[in-house]
Design a protein around this ligand. Structure first.
Ligand code: GRG
Length: 307
């Protein structure tokens, strides 16, 4: 069963992704109406609805359904909250005082369109809205207050000193530092990237009514997938730019950014990604293989994606 849990044959993952992404997009659209002050809401919507892959909300919905919750309306608020936080972190990451980027997902960054002041505030408003969304147990989402409380604890933990902010601060400290080792690199990735993926999965499992044992299995799954996400990102950085340049060495090897391929080499980085993918899927071995299919495919998708 463990082997078959890793290879479900009859699951249309493409259709699954399209269906979930469109449900998430509709819920995000409804969550930020174009009300007064319009400039703020426009800036929030500009980045929130700019066509991300929606990996975090999908993980959240899939985890809820794996623990037996067959109504997406129940985890949808948590799912949207993870995307709101992801979006606000990208807006702030792109600011001149951080990465100073002009483009995100092929279009001008939030501050290039709305100005730095509004971009910072749109990010702040998205962060607050994320928590409001999870905490606001309206009849539509029907989540018991005790589960909501645990979900808020998970979400708050992944943002601050144990999550994204800590990862970003260490990343900023490391920029241009030649001596970044594998431990520091892993710290950055576990905090900047894996923490929010973990919160997405764990919140889904909690609001979906999973047992403590199920929640912890899924937490392990998410940690592997979170690190996998970033290792693959680093690999793509090398392989994509070498394809673009028609060279063997990509831009990653030429910049001062420390990455897995730089520390381990490309082949070892690919092996590490394979191990993380296998380890993630191993955590799902005790679940019904048919129900585990979305999380199995999501792990494979993260491992083998091309962008
Ligand atoms: C969270 C309060 C708070 C502040 C933000 C700037 C910052 C602190 C953290 C940086 C977080 C960051 C930019 C992490 C990188 C995450 C990452 C892997 C982004 C790419 O994710 P994808 O591929 O992107 O899912 P799409 O575009 O598909 O949504």
């Amino acid at each position: 069963p463990a082997a078959s849990a890793q290879q479900p044959k009859t699951f249309d993952f493409k259709a699954y992704m399209a269906e979930k992404a469109s449900a998430v997009n509709a819920a995000l659209d409804a969550a930020v109406p174009m009300t007064y002050p319009e400039k703020l809401h426009e800036a929030m919507r500009y980045s929130l609805l700019a066509g991300g892959k929606r990996v975090r909300p999908m993980l959240c919905l899939a985890a809820a359904s794996l623990v037996g919750c067959d109504d997406d309306e129940i985890p949808i608020a948590s799912a949207c909250a993870t995307e709101m936080i992801h979006t606000m972190s990208l807006i702030h990451d792109d600011l001149p005082c951080m990465d100073d980027d002009d483009l995100r997902r092929g279009v001008p960054t939030n501050h290039r369109v709305y100005g730095e002041d509004v971009a910072i505030l749109a990010g702040d408003a998205l962060l607050a809205l994320a928590f409001h969304h999870v905490a606001d147990a309206t009849p539509a989402n029907r989540v018991p207050a005790s589960r909501t409380l645990r979900a808020v604890v998970e979400l708050s933990r992944c943002v601050g000193t144990e999550g994204l902010v800590a990862g970003q601060v260490v990343d900023l400290e490391m920029t241009g530092n030649e001596k970044v080792g594998i431990e520091k690199l892993e710290y950055i990735h576990l905090h900047k990237t894996a923490a929010l993926l973990e919160a997405a999965v764990v919140m889904g499992a909690i609001v979906g009514g999973g047992t403590d044992a199920q929640v912890e299995k899924l937490r392990k799954y998410a940690r592997c997938v979170g690190l996998l996400f970033q290792v693959v990102d680093d690999i793509l950085d090398v392989t994509k730019s070498s394809e673009e340049l028609g060279k063997t060495a990509g831009k990653d090897l030429a910049t001062d950014k420390t990455t897995y391929p730089k520390l381990l080499g490309l082949d070892k980085s690919k092996e590490f990604a394979e191990e993380l993918n296998a380890d993630a899927k191993l955590q799902l071995a005790d679940f019904d293989p048919d129900k585990a299919a979305p999380l199995i495919f999501l792990s494979n998708y993260i491992a083998y994606r091309q962008n």
